[in-house]
Structure formats: structure tokens, C-alpha cells
Design a binder for this molecule. Structure first.
Ligand code: MRU
Length: 357
């Protein structure tokens, strides 16, 4: 797997995801300002990876502080990094976790490195639970008359939106983890990757990492997904999440909601795959999730070319909220949560607390 984030011993090395798929370029981050900028510009992105990156950003920001300055500096740097992006709760979760290490810089760095290892284990566990779910689905599925798939008949066909793969985490990803794990065990998968307007994380990043890892992938524009679903070409949709409210309402990349509506219409299971750190129990429903608004140019320009008249109004929310009622199940590292989500998600979070001791 490509490593989107590594610690070099003196800096954080990030794969610059804004340059994919054309260029595989790494940048070194030396302080919290550079990390804030990298998160805001999506050099590093994806909810779990944003959390880990922010944690390292705190370390970089406090590493030269004197013992007397440390606790104030820690608070300042964490508060500053918290302003980089508002929606992915993993960012705030990671910053809180690092703030609890307050007494020692060595402990902060150790916790950052442990977050990488832990994320790796979590992605694998999500992969295990997700794969089992897909195997059960496949075993019970009746072939439809109109299954005109681009992939071999024995492949499982998964449709995903945005990028919730290895480049959004420190491991196998969340939505793509069952696919990577299944392939390791000789199972066949084929993925439809929604392009994911406006910043094209699906075609630029998901298609890139799947291709690099030898998984057959077909890129489609977002507005083609309902057609592909209607043609019976998809066994399941799996997406990641930036924040899951206590009732199961899920914020993810803009376009996820439209996909979930289409999947329900065509009776295709719609799964969310996310670590329990993405579940935000104090946020009761999706209406309480802050949605990032991004620059108009992301919509009004494509590369260097304008795609809308100068001066026209642009609306660019980076995420949407899929109501829990459209979600078949939520795959976490502690198992698969099914409706009613209030109960099952609380149960998953309880298991996480118990496992930590
Ligand atoms: O704006 P991005 O690229 O950070 O958005 C990423 C997503 O929406 C992902 O689906 C989500 O963070 C989950 S990543 C495992």
C-alpha cells in the first residue's frame, strides 16, 4: 500500500494528494502552520488521516516548547489546528486524545506513532467485518436477469464515492478495506468509483490506489451512478464517513446522499464503513453536524478553465448528510451496527471504551 503519511524522525512526510494521479510528490511538514495548510488544502485528507496528521501537527508545534510553556502551547496549537476543517470528527477526537498526553513531549510523539499502528489494526478489523457481510450478501443473492456487469460474473461489484481507501487512512482504508482483504484471500472484486465532483477524489485518488493495488476499477461520473444501479451492476455500495451522529445520520463527501437515495430506490444495500472514532454520540442527529463550505473556485473552475460565468453565485458544501433510514448497516472495527442505530452505535462505542481498559 502507498503510505500517505510517515514520520521521518524530524518531519511528517505527506503524499500530496492534490497532485494525484499525474504526480506522486511528497512534501515534508515541519510545523503546525504547514500542517494546518496541508489539511485545509487537502494535501492530506480523509477523516482518519486528518486526525493523525493533526496529532503530529500538535507535536511539531510543541516540540521546541520549554517545560513551563508546554501546557499553554499544547492548548494553543491544538485549538489552532482544530480550525483547519470542521466536519470530520476524527480531527477533534485526535486533538483531544493528544491534549490528554499533556505532561511530556515524548508521550505526545509516542501517541502519534501509536495512532498510525492503531489505525492500521482498525482498518483491518473493518475489512474483516465488511468482507464477512459481503460474503453473506453474495451467498444469499439471486442473480438478476439484467446483470450486465463490466466485470467477470464471479466478481463482487462494489460502488463507492469519494476516497475512503488507504490514502484516507494509515492502513487499508475503511470502505475499501473489505476489498483489499478479500483480494489477499483470492476473492474477486470490481469497483465502480464515482468521480466525486468537485475535487474528484474518486477518479483521482480511489481509481489511482485501486489500480496501483491491482483491483479492477471503472470510473463513472457521479450522475451515472443511478443508471449503473438500475442496470443491476452493483452488489453493494460502500462509502466512508466524516461524522456519524448518535442516530446514525452520516456526513460524508457531497454526493453520498444522492447515491444513498438511488441505492434505496433500486434496492441495493448501502453500507457505511468507519472507525468508532467517527461516531460522535454527543451529536444527536445529522442536523447538528457542521458542514464545511469550500471556495467557489472549486466549482467554477476545472483545472485552469472556467466552468461557470464570472461573478455567478456558487454554492459549494463539501459534505452532505445521509439520513440513517437510508443506511443498511454501519461497519466498524467492533462489528456491524444495524438499525436501530441509537442502540447499536452506542454499543460499538461502549466496546471501544471497554477494550481500552
Ligand atoms: O474532503 P475529503 O477528501 O477529506 O473527504 C473525504 C471523505 O468524504 C471520506 O469519505 C471520509 O473522510 C472517510 S475516509 C476513510
Amino acid at each position: 500500500m502507498l503510505q500517505p503519511l510517515t514520520w521521518t524522525g524530524h518531519a511528517v512526510r505527506l503524499l500530496d494528494q492534490t497532485r494525484l494521479p499525474r504526480q506522486t510528490v511528497y512534501v515534508e511538514i515541519f510545523d503546525e502552520r504547514q500542517m494546518h495548510d496541508a489539511i485545509r488544502r487537502l494535501v492530506v485528507r480523509g477523516a482518519p488521516l486528518i486526525g493523525i496528521a493533526a496529532a503530529f501537527g500538535v507535536y511539531l508545534g510543541v516540540k521546541d516548547a520549554t517545560p513551563e510553556q508546554l501546557s499553554t502551547r499544547l492548548r494553543e496549537v491544538a485549538d489552532y489546528l482544530a480550525t483547519s476543517r470542521p466536519t470530520a470528527v476524527n480531527l477533534f477526537w485526535a486533538l483531544d486524545r493528544i491534549k490528554r498526553m499533556g505532561t511530556s513531549k515524548e508521550r505526545i510523539l509516542r501517541e502519534c506513532l501509536e495512532m498510525i499502528e492503531e489505525d492500521n489494526r482498525i482498518c483491518r478489523a473493518i475489512g474483516e467485518h465488511g468482507l464477512k457481510l459481503l460474503q453473506q450478501l453474495h451467498a444469499g443473492a439471486k442473480p438478476t436477469a439484467d446483470r450486465r456487469s463490466a466485470a467477470p460474473a464471479s466478481s463482487r461489484n462494489i460502488l463507492t464515492h469519494c476516497n475512503a481507501g488507504g490514502l484516507a487512512t494509515a492502513g487499508y482504508g475503511t470502505a475499501l478495506a473489505p476489498i483489499y482483504l478479500g483480494r489477499e484471500r483470492g476473492e474477486k472484486f470490481h469497483v465502480y468509483a464515482d468521480e466525486t465532483r468537485p475535487l474528484l477524489q474518486g477518479s483521482r485518488i480511489t481509481a489511482y490506489e485501486l489500480k496501483e493495488n491491482g483491483v479492477p476499477v471503472t470510473v463513472i461520473c457521479d450522475n451515472m451512478a443511478p443508471v449503473v444501479l438500475s442496470q443491476g451492476k452493483v452488489d453493494a455500495c460502500i462509502v466512508g464517513a466524516d461524522r456519524i451522529a448518535a442516530n446514525g445520520d452520516t456526513a460524508n463527501k457531497i454526493g453520498t446522499l444522492a447515491l444513498a437515495i438511488a441505492a434505496r430506490h433500486f434496492n441495493v444495500p448501502f453500507y457505511v464503513a468507519a472507525p468508532t472514532s467517527t461516531i460522535d454520540l454527543p451529536t444527536k442527529t445529522g442536523a447538528d453536524i457542521p458542514i464545511e463550505q469550500r471556495a467557489a473556485e472549486e466549482v467554477a473552475e476545472f483545472g485552469d478553465r472556467p466552468t461557470a460565468p464570472d461573478g455567478v453565485d456558487i454554492y459549494n458544501p463539501a459534505f452532505d448528510v445521509t439520513p440513517a433510514a437510508l443506511i443498511t448497516a454501519i461497519i466498524t472495527e467492533h462489528g456491524v451496527a444495524i438499525p436501530p442505530f441509537e442502540r447499536s452505535l452506542a454499543e460499538m462505542c461502549k466496546t471501544r471504551m471497554e477494550n481500552r481498559g
